[in-house]
Each structure stands twice: as structure tokens, then as C-alpha cells.
Design a protein around this ligand. Structure first.
Ligand code: SF4
Ligand code: SF4
Length: 349
């Protein structure tokens, strides 16, 4: 029922083949890129389906929004080329089943923040920045009712996403939410990128957390004191689904006096946290992940970062300790914003 909108004619007339030539995990020239993306579109096997680390970046690189990454994972599933070991895929899919028991429906009639599966991170939405904002998915026993399921792109299981997501959207709709502030980029990308790509309706307005934080900081502008910290930003894979919101990273840093250090692996050139690469079933995956993480962290250090800012809890889990071991402080963006208005986030000294 939900068909991916991928237009092969766009690739035939494409002047860049950026989707694959910009890929940081494969070395692909333009001719090869054109040949391989067309093979994938025709349902044929391609080395790309085997070597893709599911970093999501080609969704951003394609200049005409033709959804090359969604195509890759759809074909991986169709041709049974799983990026992760099958037991991990089975366990992960069973963990995220959304409809065990009934969610508690509250009539919100306005905007609300959705924590998705991160009900254990309520400490990140404390203080004045979030005062008065209704929050859904705060109960760990019910959080999967609000789990966008997009993580299963890493598992090449778009069939699972298409089956479960409409019911999740319906659950959110029942709360009578007009504006859904998404705690995680993945959730935001689900509603603004993935749903339109397969023709799935979204009956509320998704709002990116960084846009919310930026606007809220502006309301509290009089209370901002420059944090005067040199910061690096770990851009998560799911941020590739909403590149139009990426400017809020710099906007927030400018507003609160954070010095965004100049480095190589930033913006479109960002490296993933390595979490998915490490778990992949290919030979040398662990070494490859370690190499990506080493390059990323050395780049932050070389640029003089004191703090590494995260948005994605998975990136934080994967890289937080390494960041700390390398003399930088790992910190979520919301905590950095709290610091700027004189609040002390948990664990900050
Ligand atoms: S997916 Fe996009 S970038 Fe890649 S060849 Fe097609 S149009 Fe060009
Ligand atoms: S998802 Fe990442 S690794 Fe896979 S083809 Fe696209 S850019 Fe390359």
C-alpha cells in the first residue's frame, strides 16, 4: 500500500550522482554511481547493497530528494541482504512492538513533546525551557506506542515501519496534538521525510527539538549568559533526513555564545557515531567502526573542542565515554541550553 516515490528518470538526467559519489564509506566515481543506483532501482544486486553502512547521508546528498537511501534499504530487504546479523534484527524488531496493552489517551488540544522511546531521559527536558509543555511517552511500559520505528532502516526492514507506523500516528492523533515537538531527529525525520516519501499522511505538524529550543531561548533571551565553551557537534545519522533544520545547531550556538570549533567532519561531511557499523555482519566491521570513531574524535580534539554536543541518545551511548576519555565533556544540546540560562544540568560541575 505504501510505495516509495523513487523516480529513475531523475537519476538518468542527474548531473552529479552525489548520492554515491559523496558516500564517505565507499569510494565510488560518477559512472559507477550512475550504473549502481540504476541497478538498485531495477531490483538487481549491487555491491552498494552489501557495503552500505546505513549512515542515511545519501538522503541528504541527493539534490532532488529522490530518496536513494530509502531505495537502498528497500532493496536490501527485497534481496535479503541484511546489514546486521539476523539474530540482532529479530531481537530488535521484537523489542519495538508498539501495541502491547493500551496507551493512555489524554486530550492535549495543542502542542506536546514526544519522548518516543526515551522515557528514561526525562532529566533532559527539565527547567524553564520546558515549563508548561505537555509531554507524551513518559511511561517506559508504554513508550513503544510512540516509537516511530524508523530505527528499522538500519535493519533494512521498511516492511515493519510501514506496518506499524500508521497505528503510531493514529495513537498520537488521538491525543489531539496540533504540533508534535520531537525529542529525537529520527522521530522528526519520520514525519517530515519518510512518511511523505511513501505517501503516508501525518495529521499534525512535526517540530524539530532544536527549533523549539531556539525559539524558547529567544523568549528567555534576557536570561542568557554566554557559555564561552568551545564545542563540537556530533551530527546523528537521522539528522540527514532533515537537513533544512541543521542550521539551528549553529543558530543556537551563536545565541548562547558557544564557539563551534572548525573541523573537517562537520555538516554534510559529518561522520556517524560508528554504533551501527560496529554491529554489522561484515568482516572487519569492528575495526572499521573504531577507525571512524578515532578519526572523528581526533578531529574534535585537534580543533580544540572542550565539549561534544549530542542530540541522539544512541550516539551519546556509543561515543560518550570515548569523548570523556579524550578530555572532552559529552553533553546533550538541551543541557547546554540550560547552562546558558543559568540552570545547572544534572552532572555538570
Ligand atoms: S538518487 Fe539523486 S543524486 Fe543519486 S543519481 Fe539519482 S538523482 Fe542523482
Ligand atoms: S547510507 Fe551512507 S553508507 Fe549507505 S550508500 Fe548512503 S551515504 Fe553511503
Amino acid at each position: 500500500m505504501y510505495e516509495l516515490k523513487f523516480d529513475e528518470r531523475q537519476c538518468l538526467s542527474c548531473a552529479t550522482q552525489d548520492c554515491l559519489t559523496k558516500c564517505q564509506y565507499m569510494n565510488i566515481d560518477r559512472d559507477t554511481a550512475k550504473r549502481e543506483i540504476l541497478k538498485i532501482a531495477h531490483g538487481e544486486d549491487s555491491f552498494v547493497l552489501h557495503d552500505c553502512v546505513t549512515c542515511y547521508a545519501c538522503e541528504e546528498y541527493c539534490p532532488v530528494n529522490n530518496h536513494p537511501f530509502y531505495l537502498i534499504v528497500e532493496q536490501q530487504e527485497k534481496l535479503n541482504i541484511p546489514p546486521l546479523p539476523q539474530p540482532i534484527i529479530r531481537r530488535g524488531i521484537n523489542t519495538g512492538v508498539p501495541f502491547r496493552g493500551e496507551p493512555e489517551i489524554v486530550n492535549i488540544n495543542g502542542r506536546a513533546l514526544n519522548m518516543g522511546v526515551f522515557s528514561d531521559l526525562l532529566h533532559l527536558i527539565q527547567g524553564k525551557l520546558f515549563t508548561g509543555l505537555p509531554v507524551i511517552s513518559t511511561d517506559p511500559r508504554k513508550m513503544f506506542h510512540y516509537f516511530c520505528q524508523l530505527m528499522y532502516l538500519h535493519y533494512a526492514r521498511t516492511s515493519v515501519i510501514k506496518e506499524r507506523l500508521p497505528k503510531i500516528i493514529e495513537t498520537i492523533r488521538k491525543h489531539n496534538i496540533t504540533d508534535l515537538i520531537c525529542f529525537h531527529d529520527e522521530c522528526y525525520g519520520t514525519y517530515t521525510s519518510y512518511c511523505p516519501s511513501v505517501g503516508m499522511d501525518v495529521p499534525f505538524k512535526p517540530v524539530h527539538l532544536f527549533e523549539y529550543l531556539y525559539n524558547r531561548l529567544n523568549e528567555l533571551k534576557g536570561e542568557i549568559k554566554p557559555v564561552n565553551l568551545k564545542v563540537a557537534y556530533q551530527r546523528p545519522c537521522s539528522a540527514r533526513l532533515c537537513p533544512d533544520k541543521h542550521h539551528f545547531v549553529q543558530d543556537i550556538f551563536d545565541l548562547i555564545g558557544a564557539d563551534h570549533v572548525k573541523r573537517e567532519y562537520v555538516d554534510g561531511n559529518a561522520l556517524c557515531c560508528g554504533g551501527t557499523i560496529r554491529g554489522q555482519r561484515r568482516e572487519g566491521s569492528r575495526k572499521r567502526a573504531a577507525d571512524v570513531q578515532r578519526r572523528n574524535i581526533e578531529d574534535m580534539k585537534k580543533a580544540g573542542a572542550e565539549v561534544c554536543i549530542f542530540n541522539c541518545p544512541a550516539c551519546y551511548t556509543t561515543m560518550g565515554e570515548m569523548v570523556a576519555q579524550n578530555g572532552m565533556k559529552p553533553m546533550f544540546m538541551s543541557d547546554l541550553c540550560r547552562l546558558a540560562i543559568g540552570e545547572k544540568p544534572a552532572g555538570w560541575r
